[in-house]
Design a protein. Sequence first.
Length: 76
Amino acid sequence: MAYEPCRYAQRWPELFESLDDDQKQRVSDALANNQLEGWEPQRDDVADLAAREAGRIDTAEYIRRTMARVPRGDTV
């Protein structure tokens, strides 16, 4: 199955440029799965997920960045 760019890859193609098709698909799948839970990712969310997939940040940094964007009083 060939990779079909998701709407986030279409909106922010520069975030996906450094990823191969398998990585792009994993990021797209993660975004789609979390959308089903009611999450509407913003550019920073997509950028961090792509950076994690590309190995530019580790899981701990990804979690730190994500938690920093969660408003006080909200839960993930």
